[in-house]
Design a protein around this ligand. Structure first.
Ligand SMILES: N[C@@H](CCC(=O)N[C@@H](CS)C(=O)NCC(=O)O)C(=O)O
Length: 209
């Protein structure tokens, strides 16, 4: 089994943190997105969409999409549970995953990919050849700040995103907000619940994976 990975890219990091929390060690193959290795024939023969992460099982099956890869490992290694323990926590984790991806990850990627010349004609990940739209960058920053504010309010009454158990929702929010900070969208100083939660999740050994 192999994970096609890139250190420094946020979605592959979600998988690495998830695996570290589960104590799973698998072979990792680096594919450099900044150098366009994901768009070359070697990698496209594995994942024709040209995106990372991708998991290749020993029988050759290819699984892409971060959440699908992590769900595979949740089934093969159920403990510790990272997608919830019961109907309520499973549903709430799913809800947060969708909110983080649509309201924080996508707008963060919009900021980076529509403002940086490295992504000229690559404003959508993978093989799309899509030109940049600079206005999406400004809109992206506003959307991320609105999400920060919403999450800060939620964390006033919750140790982790869903109750008292660390989950895939925390992994996804941590990797996404660290990505947003790298892109230049800092967490405002007055959002203290969010800052405390970030310190807590980033101090887990898995955060370094
Ligand atoms: N929804 C996908 C998104 C995958 C994705 O966009 N990954 C980025 C890296 S974080 C990528 O492969 N970018 C390729 C590119 O920029 O061309 C997932 O969660 O796996």
């Amino acid at each position: 089994m192999k994970l096609f990975d890139m250190t420094g890219a946020p979605n592959p990091r979600r998988v690495r943190v998830f695996l570290a929390e589960k104590g799973i060690d698998i072979e990792k193959v680096q594919v450099d997105i900044m150098e366009g290795e994901n768009l070359q024939s070697d990698y496209l023969s594995i994942n024709p969409r040209g995106v990372l992460p991708t998991l290749q099982l020993d029988d050759g099956t290819i699984i892409d999409e971060t959440t699908a890869i992590c769900r595979y490992f949740e089934e093969t290694t159920p403990s510790p549970a990272l997608y919830g323990q019961d109907a309520k926590s499973k549903a709430l984790i799913e809800s947060w995953l969708r909110q983080i991806e649509s309201d924080c990850f996508t707008p963060t990627a919009d900021v980076l990919r529509n403002s940086n010349s490295v992504f000229e004609n690559r404003s959508i990940p993978g093989t799309n050849n899509t030109p940049q739209i600079p206005a999406l960058s400004d809109r992206g920053t506003d959307r991320v700040l609105a999400f920060y504010s919403r999450l800060n309010k939620h964390l006033a009454n919750s140790q982790f995103l869903v109750g008292n158990a660390f989950s895939m929702a925390d992994i996804t929010a941590m990797c996404t907000i660290d990505f947003a900070e790298y892109v230049g969208i800092a967490v405002p100083a007055d959002l203290s619940n969010l800052s405390k939660w970030r310190e807590k999740v980033n101090s887990r050994p898995s955060a370094q994976a």
